[in-house]
Design a protein around this ligand. Structure first.
Ligand code: C2E
Ligand code: CA
Ligand code: CA
Ligand code: CA
Length: 275
């Protein structure tokens, strides 16, 4: 029993060591990846719930790693969050998104809002305001063309500064969306104090939808309506989920039923007719 125990310990240690090594690899490779343009944004349509017209895209990062191949965001975003590299990575991806908006503008495409995921770490310094203003200037972005998606936890820790930052972005008509709403510690008491515009209902709540809205989805929708916020339902995978949402006040949807995240050149082909 004793030796068995020891080998389990060793096995565990080896797995741990491998994991630690791959974390260290990724940490080292992130900066290199930014400098060598290994990151690409994919674009997933966000559409009106009623008639499924594309109103914009959520930008989702894809990493083409030179030796590991495709590395999914869940394998490096949390590491970048921990090391603080997320700040540089987010700014790089915001710039890629801005470049794409400006390309589509020059091609005469109609107005689309691009939603970019950013860490709540940005909401701890006023630098973020000037960084976003600089991106708007460099790429001559139309007002309202960027939406920033954040999870609520970081905002609430720093409510006063976060509010100042969001106000600093308001001349650019930057929209703010709370992602994964309903998971984690929903500080409902603070919601009315946050100058945000959109709630995104987490996929886990959409998964449970059958032919009537669940009490939880109902509650989120009436909360949003009383605060005059738009709502996006994420992770719509079935026609039944969509049909049910069409009977509610939910404004927008997103999910594999209508479209997966796609490279820019494929995503843009979807904007001229209903999905
Ligand atoms: P998220 O922001 O909640 O993004 C939604 C995730 O759900 C995306 O996974 C998307 O591809 C996936 N998804 C969308 N519709 C469906 C559906 O109908 N069914 C299912 N099963 N999945 C669906 P992805 O692209 O792997 O991203 C995972 C997470 O990584 C994101 O979750 C976000 O937290 C983070 N992430 C992705 N891109 C970025 C980025 O550019 N910057 C930052 N900071 N985080 C990012
Ligand atoms: Ca998101
Ligand atoms: Ca989400
Ligand atoms: Ca999520």
């Amino acid at each position: 029993a004793k030796s068995n125990g020891r080998s389990q310990v060793r096995f565990f240690n080896n797995t741990m060591r491998k994991k630690l090594k791959s974390h260290a690899d990724i940490e080292n490779d992130l900066q290199h990846g930014i400098e060598h343009n290994e990151f690409e944004l994919y674009f997933q349509p966000i559409f009106t719930i009623g008639d499924c017209h594309v109103v914009g895209f959520e930008a989702l990062v894809r990493w083409h790693h030179p030796t590991k191949g495709f590395v999914p965001p869940n394998d490096f975003i949390p590491i970048a969050e921990n090391t603080g590299q997320i700040i540089n990575l987010d700014l790089h991806l915001l710039e890629l998104a801005a470049k794409q908006i400006s390309t589509w503008q020059q091609q005469g495409k109609r107005f689309l809002r691009i939603t970019v995921n950013v860490s709540s770490r940005h909401f701890a310094s006023l630098d973020f305001v000037s960084q976003i203003h600089a991106i708007y200037n460099t790429y001559q972005l139309p007002l309202g063309s960027l939406c920033l998606e954040i999870t609520e936890s970081g905002l609430i820790e720093n409510l006063e500064l976060a509010t100042k930052i969001i106000e600093g972005l308001s001349p650019l008509k930057v929209k703010l969306c709370l992602d994964d709403f309903g998971t984690g510690y929903s500080a409902l008491g603070y919601l009315h104090q946050l100058p945000i515009h959109v709630l995104k209902i987490d996929k886990s709540f959409i998964d449970h939808l059958k032919d009537t809205p669940t009490p939880l989805v109902d509650a989120i929708l009436s909360l949003a309506s009383s605060l005059e916020l738009d709502v996006v339902a994420e992770g719509i995978e079935t026609q039944q989920q969509l049909t049910t949402l069409q009977q509610t006040k939910c404004n927008y949807g997103q999910g594999f039923l209508k479209a997966k995240p796609l490279p820019a050149c494929q995503a843009i082909l979807l904007i001229d007719q209903p999905l």
